[in-house]
Design a protein around this ligand. Sequence first.
Ligand code: IMP
Length: 197
Amino acid sequence: MRILFVTSNQGKVSETRKLLADSGHTVEQLLVRGVAPEFDEPKELGIEAVANSKMVQALILLEQEGIEGVAVMVEDSGVFLDAFDEWPGAKSAEVERQIGLEGILSMLREGMPRGAEFRAVAKVSDGVSTWSAEGVCRGKIADSIRGSGGFGYDPIFIPNEGDGRTFGEWEEGKYSGITHRAKAMNSLAELLRSPSR
Ligand code: IMP
C-alpha cells in the first residue's frame, strides 16, 4: 500500500518509513496541494479518540480531493503521570506550553509517585479495513530538567529500559527502539506484514 501519514512532523515520516521498509508498504506525508492539512483534535477525549477523529477527517478529505488507491496513517501520543490520573495525556503539548517542564516538576511534590509512561496510538486505514496498534514506554519523572536532546517531555523522562539518563540526555536516535512510538509502529508493521494483507 501507499500510506499517507497525517503529520506535520517530517521526522516521524522518515522514522516510520524505515520501520515499515520491509513490510512492502511505502510511507509519505499526507500533503494536499503541497500543504499538510490540519484537523480538529478532540484532546479532551484522549489519544485514541484523537487518532480516530484524525482518521475520519483524513479519509473524508481524500474522498473530497478524489485521491484514490492509498491508505491513511494517523498517530497520537502523550505522557501520563501516575500521580495525576491519566494526565496530561492527550493534552501533553498544551500543558507543556502552559506550565512548562518546571511547572510539571513543581507539581510533583515530595512523596508523590514519580512513575510515568509515554503512550502512542497508531492506525492505518484503506477506507475499508483499519489496523491499529499501541506502544507504551514506562519510566519515571526526574527531579530536575536534564539534557537538551529530543523534544517535549524528554528532558524530565527517565525510561525504565534505559540507564538512568533522561531521554533528553540520550544521543539523537539512540533510543528509537524503546520509545512508545517505535513500539506502536513496529506492532503496526507486524500487522501490515501479516499474510491477510
Ligand atoms: P504528538 O503525538 O506528536 O502530537 O505529541 C503530543 C505531545 O506529547 C508532544 O507535544 C509532547 O509534549 C508529548 N510527547 C509525545 N511523545 C513524546 C516523546 O517521545 N518525547 C517527549 N514528549 C513526547
